[in-house]
Design a protein around this ligand. Structure first.
Ligand SMILES: NC(=O)c1ccc[n+]([C@@H]2O[C@H](COP(=O)([O-])OP(=O)(O)OC[C@H]3O[C@@H](n4cnc5c(N)ncnc54)[C@H](O)[C@@H]3O)[C@@H](O)[C@H]2O)c1
Length: 278
């Protein structure tokens, strides 16, 4: 209430160029919107699902392992592998049958594989590229076609990584896959702009999820360190002094899914506590 009062007084003084009606619309309200979140059963994806539901969107949670019960009518769990074209087509059909349309896609599903560059196994490379890069392309293609047909614009948000901008030891396949996602963000943004479809990527830094915990164990084995030493090394690299939570990422995704980011497209936004600044 105090915040609104401050805004209102600023408005009266002419410091804010927003209409009086908008003063009371600062809350993100996604009532009536339908969102798809891939990899939504765990970690960052789960926090994104919760944020979207809190903002009243209907959400389809797409995952290899959907382990939650259908508890709410407006939350729909679908089992699908994002790297499988047939699964993606069936997933789209299920979402349209259940909710009738799609307004928001969050491409979050991803995996990481680790090895020194000279030891990367062909299977690890293929799997990482298939899920992290091809999966984003397949889901985006299916959803963008539907959004174009609907004619109401839309929001497509990729969860890339700061590994889409920098190199990290042991992460050759992962870094290549996330650079692919950042590149695709720019092409999609240009080509889909005429349909008012905003396409942006979020580049998280070090976020505490089961993926990160696995990376510390495997990375530790490859480097001869224990996982705790790597955790401390991780935190020491972050200017804000702590590693991130899934919610840190979800809040930015929520903004990108809302009308408040209407003039943003083709961006790759860091959520890294200051670890990456470009
Ligand atoms: N944790 C981090 O530090 C971090 C940093 C930067 C980017 N990211 C990215 O964030 C995203 C989420 O990562 P997380 O840390 O929450 O991982 P996580 O392992 O905790 O969760 C990933 C989810 O994706 C699902 N998934 C995996 N492969 C799938 C497939 N083929 N089809 C459908 N679902 C699939 C898993 O079942 C799981 O529920 C990933 O794209 C990851 O690369 C994570």
């Amino acid at each position: 209430m105090k915040y609104y009062a401050y805004l209102a007084s600023s408005y009266i003084e002419g410091a804010f160029c927003i209409s009086k009606g908008d003063l009371f619309m600062f809350t993100i309200d996604l009532t009536g919107k339908v969102a798809i979140v891939t990899g939504g059963a765990n970690g960052i994806g789960k926090a994104i699902v919760e944020a979207l539901r809190y903002s009243k969107a209907k959400v389809a949670v797409v995952d290899l392992h959907p382990h939650e019960e259908e508890t709410e009518e407006e939350l729909f769990h679908i089992q699908a592998d994002v790297s499988n074209k047939q699964d993606v087509a069936q997933m789209m059909e299920k979402v349209i049958n259940r909710f009738g349309k799609v307004d928001i896609l969050v491409n979050n599903a991803g995996i990481s594989t680790m090895d020194y560059f000279v030891d990367i196994k062909e299977n690890d490379w293929d799997k990482t590229m298939d899920i992290n890069a091809k999966g984003v392309q397949l889901c985006s293609q299916a959803v963008a076609k539907k959004m174009k047909e609907q004619g109401n614009g839309g929001k497509i948000i990729h969860i890339a990584s700061q590994a889409g901008k920098n190199g990290y030891r042991l992460m050759g396949a992962y870094v290549a896959s996330k650079h692919a996602v950042v590149g695709l963000t720019k092409v999609m943004a240009i080509e889909l702009a005429q349909d008012q479809i905003n396409v942006n990527a979020v580049c998280p830094g070090i976020i505490e999820t089961s993926m990160k915990h696995r990376e510390r164990i495997i990375g530790g084995q490859l480097r001869g360190l224990d996982a705790e030493a790597i955790r401390q090394e991780d935190a020491s690299q972050v200017p804000l002094g702590r590693t991130g939570t899934p919610e840190d990422v979800a809040y930015v995704v929520l903004f990108l899914a809302s009308r408040f980011s209407g003039y943003m497209t083709g961006q790759a936004i860091n959520v890294t506590g200051g670890m990456t600044m470009h």
